[in-house]
Design a protein around this ligand. Structure first.
Ligand code: MSP
Length: 663
């Protein structure tokens, strides 16, 4: 609660992005989603703080700047401008933008580091790893390519570097409770994988609970582009203490640049994608526990926007350049599409064709048509201003019921960061209103002088349904909805307060015909044009089919049915999945096989991010003799298919229970 204005406060954050390359549609998704929630909360009357920014330190930035012959600061300054330009273009109304190179942030991070050190949570140790002498870089085992340096391909050596570490064990139990017993993590289903893969609880022979959570390396000496440790200046603070602190330093924690920590902290929602879930679910709470500050209320984790099954990344960024998409279809259509496609916790595959079809169906045919038909009919039958006589009729109650119940449903979805469901719900009203036109047939009523009051009622009800839908949509599509308000003559009526009621517009409302809100797109022509644009950029909008072509495997010799029958194929659910330490290929699956837990190792690590498979039903060979690999016994074999892009696990419909046999 804000003491001065007595409004309830709401604090929402995006991750701070690395300015190591231009922003793409993936960064755009998180930022647009947070912007929409922030707008919705403002509309509800909250005093909102919406924070975004850039995470500007690190070796990668230092190297990129060196390649270009400029200083790291010059380098990040350029890219930060592109981020800011994109946010302006996407109509992102953030309240504060933090750069980790800002002096006040640097000052606070040093204080936080020192506090953790003084409390004994940070200690000096040695960072061990594979070191490439010519590149002066440490690599983890999994980063090596064929055991060699991924940058220059040369031999690496075992080496040690002095570093500071953050002790995680003191916080493990509280973090486990946070993840499993509170509603901090959204979706909560991800708690099991975090606990199993990272906290790794176990009970020792004396019945004591211990955790396998590793300490975190928090300083480096091999590069200088970072925040110096004040009491040991050859060290710079490494990545996460610098980056995660932004959420509080931006409010003035530990500095005098801002003064609203007391007002906004703890944050209501940190929104991130699954790639940085671990840091926000485990390390960030541990840091806050260490400095004895309150924990944020919710961590909303969304999946990745993928393209051809791959995470959208800088190298693919051009394929769906938000600037190009915005120019072609309008910023609001892009905002709508990406939010409508992404279900919290799942990946969403980007396709130009799906996007164009969705814009056509929902926006052009659905909402756009509803508005233009309604306004055109009021023009045609009543010269633009409705008469005040009314006559209720069949179908009215259903439409009015859906419209008046909508706001509470959308509130609930926004509260739970389920924006796709919020939009789906609003568009149910749009579809219902379009159906209401077909049911009430205003064009027939228009021919009958005695039906004027009924016709006016039908058109008024349509305007009201549009008012409710467009008011709630204005948080998601902030440029177009004011145009709708203008066309339906909503004036001051288009408020959140009014969106929960029906019958708010004046009875003699005057409409104003305007341009089409979302022009229909010719799909085939558009895809051709996109292909031409992207080919110029040496990237295809939709990949040519040949790219996916692969050689069919040779057939094996025939076997007898009896032999086939010896193979026991069953269904299991993936409870946890993690990379096997020291192996580039193996993933360790913990499965629910219907009878208990079963461990199977599978050589598909290069094709998957382990988290992707958690919760999926898979098929496996259950009666294969157990086999030990890397010290772990594997009981069975998971079925995968050769797809032309590597191996893909065969997944089985959710409705089949673990233990079911494949016959
Ligand atoms: N700098 C860190 C975050 C520190 S936060 C204290 C970082 N930066 S990043 O530039 O790599 O941004 C990662 C975030 O960008 C993801 O968590 C997500 O919000 C967004 N996305 C980047 N690519 C994405 C997709 N392909 N799909 C969806 N979101 C994506 O990690």
């Amino acid at each position: 609660m804000c003491k001065e204005c007595e409004k309830k406060t709401f604090y929402i954050t995006t991750p701070i992005y690395y300015p190591s390359g231009n922003p793409h549609i993936g960064h755009t998704y998180t930022t647009v989603a947070c912007d929409s929630i922030a707008r919705y909360k403002r509309m509800q009357g909250y005093d909102v703080m919406f924070l975004t920014g850039t995470d500007e330190h690190g070796q990668k930035i230092e190297e990129k700047a060196k390649e270009r012959g400029i200083t790291p600061k010059q380098y990040v300054d350029e890219i930060v401008e592109i981020f800011k330009k994109l946010w302006k273009y996407m109509n992102i109304d953030y309240d504060r933008y933090i750069r980790t190179t800002d002096d006040y942030h640097v000052e606070s991070v040093q204080k936080i580091f020192n506090t953790l050190y003084e409390k004994g949570y940070i200690y000096k140790g040695a960072y061990k790893g594979k070191y490439c002498t010519p590149c002066e870089s440490f690599w983890t085992e999994s980063q090596l390519v064929d055991g060699k340096c991924p940058e220059c391909g040369r031999e690496v050596i075992e080496a040690e570097e002095e570093a500071y570490f953050f002790k995680m064990a003191p916080f493990a139990e509280r973090i486990e409770k946070l993840l499993t017993e509170t509603d901090y993590l959204r979706p909560k289903t991800r708690a099991t994988e975090l606990v199993n893969n990272f906290l790794q609880p176990s009970v020792d022979e004396n019945g004591n609970k211990t955790y396998g959570l590793e300490d975190l390396c928090v300083s480096r000496t091999s590069f200088t582009w970072g925040i110096p440790v004040t009491f040991d200046t050859k060290h710079v603070v490494y990545v996460w203490i610098d980056a995660l602190s932004n959420y509080i330093t931006a409010l003035g924690y530990g500095n005098g640049a801002h003064d609203d920590y007391g007002k906004y902290w703890p944050a209501d929602v940190h929104m991130v994608a699954k790639d940085i879930m671990r840091f926000h679910a485990i390390i960030w709470p541990a840091m806050l526990m260490g400095i004895e500050e309150p924990l944020p209320k919710h961590l909303a984790v969304h999946g990745w926007i993928t393209f051809n099954g791959q995470k959208m990344s800088k190298s693919l960024g051009n394929v769906v350049d938000p600037f190009i998409l915005g120019e072609r279809y309008g910023v609001d259509a892009i905002r709508y599409h990406i939010m409508r496609e992404m279900a919290l916790g799942a990946d969403s595959s980007f396709s130009n064709e799906i996007m164009i079809n969705r814009i056509n169906t929902d926006l052009a045919n659905g909402l756009g048509n509803l508005v233009s038909r309604t306004v055109a009919m009021i023009d045609k039958y009543f010269g633009g201003t409705l008469p005040t006589d009314r006559e209720e009729g069949e179908f009215d109650a259903d439409l009015i019921g859906i419209a008046t119940a909508l706001r509470a449903k959308v509130d609930n979805y926004v509260e739970n960061t389920q924006l796709n469901l919020a939009l789906e719900e609003i568009f149910k009203l749009v579809s219902r209103a379009n159906k209401y036109i077909d049911e009430t047939t205003p064009w027939i009523l228009g021919k009958d002088e005695t039906k004027r009051a009924r016709l006016a009622t039908v058109l008024y009800n349509l305007l009201e349904a549009i008012r409710v839908a467009s008011t709630l949509l204005s948080a998601f599509m902030p440029t177009t909805m004011p145009k709708v308000f203008e066309q339906i003559g909503a004036g001051d009526c288009a408020t959140y307060e009014n969106a929960g009621s029906f019958g708010v517009l004046p009875l003699d409302v005057t409409v104003h015909r305007g341009e089409a809100l979302f022009p229909r797109i010719d799909v085939d022509k558009e895809i051709d044009e996109l292909n031409a644009i992207y080919k110029n950029k040496e990237l295809a909008a939709e990949p040519a089919e040949e790219e996916n072509a692969f050689e069919l495997p040779e057939h094996k010799p025939e076997i007898a049915f009896d032999d086939f029958e010896k193979v026991e194929l069953r269904v299991a659910k993936v409870l946890a999945c993690e990379k096997v330490k020291k192996s580039k290929k193996l993933l360790k699956f913990t499965l629910d096989d219907g009878e208990g837990e079963r461990i199977i190792l599978s050589g598909i690590a290069e094709y998957y991010d382990p988290e992707e498979l958690v919760g999926k039903n898979i098929a496996y060979v259950a009666n294969l003799a157990p086999r030990k690999m890397m010290g772990i016994e594997s009981r069975g074999m998971i079925l995968s298919a050769e797809s032309g892009e590597g191996l893909k696990v065969v997944t089985i419909d959710d409705s089949i229970l673990p233990g079911g046999s494949l016959v």
